[in-house]
Design a protein around this ligand. Sequence first.
Ligand SMILES: *Cc1c(COP(=O)(O)O)cnc(C)c1O
Length: 371
Amino acid sequence: MPRPIRALIHPSALQHNLSRVRRAAPDAQVWAVVKANAYGHGIERVFDGLRGADGFALLDLQEAQRLRQLGWRGPILLLEGVFEARDLELCSRLGLWHTIHCDEQIDMLAAHKTQLGHRVFLKMNSGMNRLGFTPQRFRSAWARLNALPQVDEISFMTHFSDADGARGIGHQVAAFDTATQDLPGERSLCNSAGVLRHASVQAALAADWVRAGIVLYGSAPDHPEHGAAHWDLQPAMTLSTRLVALQQLQAGDSVGYGSCFTADQPTTIGVAACGYADGYPRHAGTGTPVLVNGIRTRLLGRVSMDLLAVDLNPVIAAGLEVGFGSEVTLWGRAENGAVLPIDEVAAAAGTVGYELMCALAPRVPVAVAVV
Ligand SMILES: *Cc1c(COP(=O)(O)O)cnc(C)c1O
């Protein structure tokens, strides 16, 4: 028998979360961001749930190819554009839209031989200082692009550094608006946090395209200020396993490497088949939430490579049968419907939901739920 750990992808949750984005930005077209193999979920596995999007946005040409192989004929946007000149041939062949964030990319396009004009998103660095032309240099970049026969249509984008936090987006929106005011073309500003937290404040923001990533997978972009339930999001991934052993601790007994947890009362613990080699964060310590038979309890001691320990006292106190083979939910939805948001596990480990989903290990078998 294989180890009992597995991940389950929920197409109905993806669909629900996509409709949630549409409700928040009703006038915008939605790029479903599926970079990093759909944030660890698998492009092929999320495709059905997200095919209602207006386009898919990603970084890798190979991922774009996989989308075309799945039969997607709509827009695909390369969020960082091309990395070398020959990537442009694939853009022409697969009809990919691509971002232009630097002069070198304009040079490559100017030298590219193509029959079909390219659709490009000219990116502004409005304050994040990662990719894009500064507002001062934006117009000359636009003029250069606009003069190229290789270019069919130019749209504009920028990316927010603080859509999820206190600083907000006002300063970047102002810079973007001022520099693009009289340029013709579609605009794309918001990521997930921008859509959920700011789209209603300024409707114009949401037009013409939003770029929704994390929200589609059911994680709140601004946890812990808000949780997934606050935003009405459903987990798109469940990571679950089973108990493979039980132990009885007396007061004074400890568990695991480093004896990091010592019982202060008689405690029944369960040992679950999940460890950091599965992508579960080793930095999650005692107290990290876990569901056993759908009842909320906590992790005990240090997470090891293949195993972790959980407190079964709350499960027993709830009157539930628990033993070898009992269901353990690391994040997502338990069989009884209880939900453990990935954001809570991430917070306990000092990280964010994004990192945990992307880090799901290759050794974990993944299935797609039939709705
Ligand atoms: C990843 C990414 C997004 C999506 O961000 P989320 O916070 O996951 O919604 C949007 N735009 C760009 C340019 C990105 O790289």
